[in-house]
Design a protein around this ligand. Structure first.
Ligand code: AMP
Ligand code: GLY
Length: 418
């Protein structure tokens, strides 16, 4: 079997690692891959949003299944193109990917299907935005409608902060002008968790939940990032909460997809706020999370390839899924300056020294040059360890994080501490 994974982050390295673990015989390709994926897959340099070109690559290399990591190609309709050409792809079509690509679409979907989410209003202009803000209470949350690489959301503590963000969106066009909509919603209080499922629109299989750390510095200080670390399962999670999430959120979402004729085949990620009044949806993502994948897939005992194939064939009903009871935890090592402008091309040292430690190293922004591994992105490496307890997993991860070295390396020291 030949499988192609699209993307170049820690999430994609984890996918490739898991596929290889499930079936040593699988021939793996990655577009474009990174310095670590290179060890297990043939890396093909191409832009991840050049869907027609990627489909041609799939045909040329006789690929049986393509797995999409990031949201951008999904939002641009890569799955539609593959399906039109009769190629098998894991990831939702453009219409379904709107659940992530347009926050206003997602909010209307939740409202129509009575899925708990923060009360909201939508504006399509600066002036209307001001009128809405005049009647809201603060803090409130302001969200740009389109994809914004995690930078499109702002918690505004007062009117002035809110106006400032609206100006940046409408006057300075910091996110471009793909959309003119902005969502203004209530600020929810509680604890966040990531809950992901596999779904083929008919049925779903839940994954184990994870807790992501979005801020760059310890104690949730500093700007938002793509994610600086993660652990699974979150401490507040239990069977009772899972039942509530499925009853109030997952089932109504699947029913809503069916009712609105949205054919969804892939991973659906619920970003949840667990409040005193129960779980609320902050956002949908239409793909695996990064770094959630780095702690979820190492706990997965079932065969991922079989599940992904069943999703694409809409036969998920016949599958079941098993998970390890072990705890898992990962920490991201980032480049100097990340999440702002960051440095690259620094040599990464210490990779050999950690080979005998009980950790799994997933590469993100790395590249291979003249036999050396160099930094090539903001998030550089992700180190995962399993343990019977979180302290055990933490000890293993931080031992490796200290040994690996590159100029400007920084990472959070508080992952897994509550
Ligand atoms: P989103 O991209 O919509 O998930 O928002 C990014 C982050 O902003 C979330 O992970 C939360 O930390 C925060 N956030 C978003 N919406 C809300 C809300 N209604 N109340 C409180 N925090 C929020
Ligand atoms: N870790 C958050 C995300 O993947 O969107």
């Amino acid at each position: 079997m030949k499988i192609m994974v699209i993307g170049s982050g820690g999430r994609e390295h984890t996918l490739v690692w898991k596929i290889k673990k499930d079936d040593r015989e699988t021939e793996l390709f990655a577009v474009p891959g990174n310095g670590g994926i290179y060890e297990i897959a043939e890396c093909i340099p191409a832009k991840t949003n050049h869907s027609e070109h990627i489909a041609d690559l799939a045909i040329k290399n006789n690929i049986n299944l393509t797995v999409v990591g990031p949201e951008l190609p999904l939002a641009e309709g890569i799955s539609d193109i593959f399906q039109q050409k009769g190629l098998k792809i894991f990831g939702p079509i453009k219409k379904a990917a709107k659940l992530e690509a347009s926050k206003s679409f997602a909010k209307e979907f939740m409202k129509n299907n009575k899925i708990p989410t923060a009360d909201f209003e939508i504006t399509d202009s600066y002036d209307k935005g001001i009128q809405i803000l005049e009647r809201r209470v603060f803090p409130c949350v302001i969200k740009y409608d389109g994809l914004a690489a995690g930078k499109g959301v702002m918690v505004a503590n007062n009117f002035d902060e809110a106006i400032d963000f609206l100006e940046k969106i409408y006057r300075d066009k910091i996110f471009g002008d793909k959309s003119n909509k902005v969502i203004i919603e209530d600020c929810l209080d509680g604890r966040e968790i990531s809950y992901l499922i596999f779904t083929d629109t008919v049925d779903f299989l839940p994954m184990v939940p994870a807790k992501d750390y979005k801020r760059v510095f310890d104690n949730d200080k500093g700007p938002n990032t793509g994610g600086m670390g993660c652990y699974s399962p979150p401490s507040l999670f239990n069977q009772e909460l899972e039942k509530l999430i499925q009853k109030n959120i997952v089932f109504p979402t699947i029913k809503g997809l069916q009712k609105e004729n949205i054919d969804y085949r892939g991973v659906l990620y619920f970003g949840l706020m667990i409040t005193k009044k129960g779980p609320y949806v902050l956002e949908y993502n239409v793909r695996f999370g990064d770094p959630e994948t780095q702690v979820i897939l190492p706990r997965m005992e079932s065969n991922l390839i079989e599940i992904m194939e069943a999703v694409t064939e809409q036969s998920l009903k016949k599958c079941s899924i098993r998970w390890s009871k072990m705890k898992s935890l990962c920490v991201i090592l980032a480049s100097a300056g990340y999440p702002g402008k960051y440095e690259t091309d620094k040599e990464i040292k210490g990779l050999k020294e950690i080979e005998n430690l009980d950790v799994i190293l997933f590469h993100a922004g790395t590249k291979r040059e003249n036999g050396k591994i160099l930094t090539a992105g903001g998030r550089v490496l992700s180190i995962t360890a399993m343990g019977n307890t979180f302290p055990e997993a933490r000890d293993k991860v931080y031992k490796a994080a200290d040994i690996i070295d590159f100029e400007g390396k920084h990472y959070r020291k508080d992952i897994g501490l509550e």
